[in-house]
Design a protein around this ligand. Sequence first.
Ligand SMILES: Cc1cc2nc3c(=O)[nH]c(=O)nc-3n(C[C@H](O)[C@H](O)[C@H](O)COP(=O)(O)O)c2cc1C
Length: 354
Amino acid sequence: MTSAFEPVRIAGSTLSNRIALAPMTRSRAAEGGIATALVAEYYTQRASAGLIISEGIQPSVVGQGYPFTPGLHSTEQVAAWREVTDSVHAAGGRIFAQLMHSGRIGHPSLLPDGLVPVAPSAVAAQGQLFTGEGMKDFVTPQELTGAEVRATVADYAEAARNAVEAGFDGVELHGANGYLIHQFLAPGTNRRTDEWGGPAENRIRFAVEVVKAVAAAIGAERTALRISPGNTYNDITEPDPQPVYEALVKEIDGLGLAYLHVLEHAPEARATTLALRKQFSGLLVLNPATEGPTDHRALTLIEDGTADVLAFGALFLANPDLPDRLRTEGPYNTPDPTTFFGGDARGYTDYPTR
Ligand SMILES: Cc1cc2nc3c(=O)[nH]c(=O)nc-3n(C[C@H](O)[C@H](O)[C@H](O)COP(=O)(O)O)c2cc1C
């Protein structure tokens, strides 16, 4: 029986345990999408994770969906991330960059030069989002042309090269939670009639091409993908997700990826997780559906072989020494949602260790 406190090899490194910091947007970057010394401190505090997965990082200017999120498309951003990764490595940690293009989940007021959010199709998300100017309705995004889809794939590859130059151990592509890759996968947001839309074999093409382009740029062993089959977050509709994700995994299995990361939005997603687990020959990182934030009760999912690594979000945000606390089944500091996004050190680097 494998325990969560046993090592595992990912991307040519031995991780000290099978506990990952789940990717979490914290919106504390400086002007220009620059990670700061405070960001370095936050991640370094959590270096006892076997693997840190960074917050969503935009691979291009137009990929930014929220205020104060960091990027990996400029020289200054790369230099700033180098300080973060050096600090995490000095503390014995390993860190992947999560590349997140938000697609239609964004707002023109967040973008320079008259840019507007882009997406597979011109379908606006229902609802509102937080911008620097308060809550705003989602806008109708601009449909990407075929040439622009190709250019967007290339942007991910370039950002992945930048991530490696910045010292990240690998890259996780955000294909979950209704952002750009998920928008291509889901029929509600992808109404295209070219090779990027229509039947499942076409809707998975963008995800597959991005994975392949990034793997070609930095090596498959440093490339990972996060998915959330059936998750309706950000106004996604996926009536019958399992066959779509099976088709996707079929295409990317065999490339030799670092891992596949499955986020379960609800307990009923477990059946799909188990099917994909069986199908995928590499490592499975799981962020399981649990009642309340994922805690030590999920560790049995490593022991029974459901997953190889477990990702913890809210509890890791509030407990920098989470692996140690999981070992003793708590106690835990309570996460404060009012400081999740934006602000300063409060609710970011001031959660106490034991
Ligand atoms: C503040 C916050 C920000 C998040 N940002 C991201 C993100 O940037 N990328 C992502 O894939 N998931 C993001 N998530 C989802 C988490 O990775 C995770 O799936 C979710 O919190 C459920 O896990 P938990 O029960 O351990 O908290 C975020 C969650 C929270 C609480």
